[in-house]
Design a protein around this ligand. Structure first.
Ligand SMILES: *[C@@H]1O[C@H](CO)[C@@H](O)[C@H](O)[C@H]1NC(C)=O
Ligand SMILES: *[C@@H]1O[C@H](CO)[C@@H](O)[C@H](O)[C@H]1NC(C)=O
Ligand SMILES: *[C@@H]1O[C@H](CO)[C@@H](O)[C@H](O)[C@H]1NC(C)=O
Ligand SMILES: *[C@@H]1O[C@H](CO)[C@@H](O)[C@H](O)[C@H]1NC(C)=O
Ligand SMILES: *[C@@H]1O[C@H](CO)[C@@H](O)[C@H](O)[C@H]1NC(C)=O
Length: 412
């Protein structure tokens, strides 16, 4: 009896786990919202996009400062990127509740911060020195601040052992390194970043196309690029060359998203994502889906995995992916031959469907590239060749068919 109840509970947990997991994780914005004296600090955690990064980490300590201390910082009129560096120095990558702070082994400790973790901080500049002082005081200083502990512990704000501790310190920790102006990402050359890090073929292709300007135009307002690694894009070039001029531009723009999404944004926000190619009825979207720690991008035709981060600094993120994203607007999902026997009338979107039916469900009414090369019989073989194992392709084929049906249904 009890076993049955546990099984039922297990199923319930499994069913809703994905939906509610965000509720169980801490939310720094919500924690600080209960304390108006930290509203400015809270606001800047949001606009620097540090909040989702904090929410994605555990065993951390946030050294918050009150509005007066934040106003001192803001009076320096620093860029938002510099403020982000400074605030990330206030996120300690270890858990310090009030008790632990007053019981530091040997009375002093160096703690790595999120600033250290960005790789922007040279040497030990991203470490904070915490030292127990006389009379129960605890001093805080940036490691590169000539041994001066300029701030001190004020109070504990909230402790969720051992996930997150929010404490108040008296002042912003001064750090010349964190305050040094960082090059604004708007000045970043995205094609050169990609060229230098394994995506040269994609970058060169982009440079030769009008789509490059679309990427540049979106840079200042926020841009996320998913660049296929050289092997993947090289293998795709014959198919790329077969596309119409408009198809080429759309294919390239399909690899950019007109908002900045950090890795933790991607991990916490699954679902349909518009791209730079999205234009009214031309959806050109794909699904962001987590598979454990792995983030995947799914079109009805391909599933690409994120394999690396080239830059993740507001407003620009560039991630490498292991496959070219093939939009359904240009490429049709074809199943390998011989085709499986036709499935019964698909009752649910996730039922495996015969590939012939999927083809009917997939095209959108505005499919201007209906006669694009994707419809050639070679496409199925090419796609199958893209996957290492035929068995795996089968699975993807069915998944794509299910998705296609779902989309077809949505489009009706
Ligand atoms: C601590 O974090 C883990 C992982 O996110 C979560 O499962 C757990 O519920 C959190 N604990 C508390 C007390 O919030
Ligand atoms: C955190 O809380 C804020 C304020 O309540 C809310 O707007 C935001 O969506 C929450 N973030 C997450 C990831 O739940
Ligand atoms: C932290 O700073 C204090 C004061 O300058 C110094 O005495 C102490 O050695 C430092 N602690 C560490 C671990 O470097
Ligand atoms: C980026 O660098 C490439 C050469 O690596 C150059 O051709 C291109 O014009 C540059 N783009 C911008 C926007 O400066
Ligand atoms: C390019 O298009 C032609 C004509 O539709 C087709 O025969 C050929 O197989 C296509 N090549 C590739 C690589 O898709």
């Amino acid at each position: 009896m009890q076993l049955r109840q546990e099984t039922a509970a297990g199923i319930l947990v499994l069913t809703v786990l994905l939906l509610v997991s965000a509720v169980h994780a801490h939310n720094i914005t919500r924690i600080l919202a209960k304390h108006p004296e930290f509203s400015t600090f809270n606001h800047y955690l949001t606009i620097t996009h540090l909040a989702p990064e904090i929410n994605g980490k555990t065993t951390i300590t946030i050294c918050a400062v009150d509005n007066a201390a934040m106003n001192e910082l803001l009076a320096k009129k620093l860029s938002i990127n510099t403020i982000k560096n400074i605030l990330s120095l206030h996120v300690l990558l270890d858990y310090f509740g009030a008790k632990k702070l007053h019981q530091i082994r040997d009375g002093t400790a160096l703690v790595a911060t999120m600033f250290q973790a960005t790789g922007t901080a040279p040497g030990t500049a991203g470490f904070v020195n915490i030292t127990d002082l006389k009379g129960g005081k605890v001093g805080f200083g940036a490691e590169n601040n000539d041994g001066v502990l300029s701030a001190s512990y004020v109070k504990s704000v909230e402790e969720i052992p051992y996930n997150i501790s929010v404490i108040q310190i008296s002042k912003i920790l001064p750090s010349d390194v964190a305050e040094a102006p960082t090059p604004a990402p708007a000045q970043q050359n995205i094609t050169s970043i990609m060229s230098k890090h394994g995506c040269k073929v994609f970058a060169d292709t982009l440079l030769a196309n009008a789509a490059e300007k679309t990427f540049e135009d979106n840079l200042a307002g926020g841009l996320t690029v998913f660049c296929p690694m050289d092997d993947a894009f090289k293998a795709f070039l014959p198919k790329y060359k077969n596309l119409t001029a408009a198809g080429k531009t759309a294919l390239l723009e399909y690899h950019g998203v007109p908002v900045y999404m950090s890795m933790s944004d991607l991990k916490s926000n699954n679902g349909l994502q518009n791209t730079l190619a999205t234009d009214g009825a031309n959806k050109y979207d794909f699904n962001v889906q987590n598979d454990g720690e792995q983030v995947t991008l799914k079109t009805k035709v391909t599933t690409a995995r994120i394999t690396g981060t080239l830059i993740d600094e507001q407003p620009l993120a560039i991630f490498t992916i292991d496959k070219v994203l093939l939009p359904t607007e240009l490429f049709k999902a074809e199943a390998p031959t011989p085709a499986p026997a036709p499935a019964p009338e698909p009752a649910a979107a996730d039922a495996p469907a015969a590939p012939k039916k999927k083809k009917k469900a997939a095209p959108s009414p505005d499919d201007s590239d209906a006669d694009a090369p994707a419809d050639s019989p070679d496409e199925a073989a090419d796609l199958a060749a893209d996957d290492n194992s035929a068995g795996r392709f089968d699975g993807i084929g069915y998944g794509a068919a299910g998705l296609a049906l779902a989309f077809g249904f949505l489009q009706l």
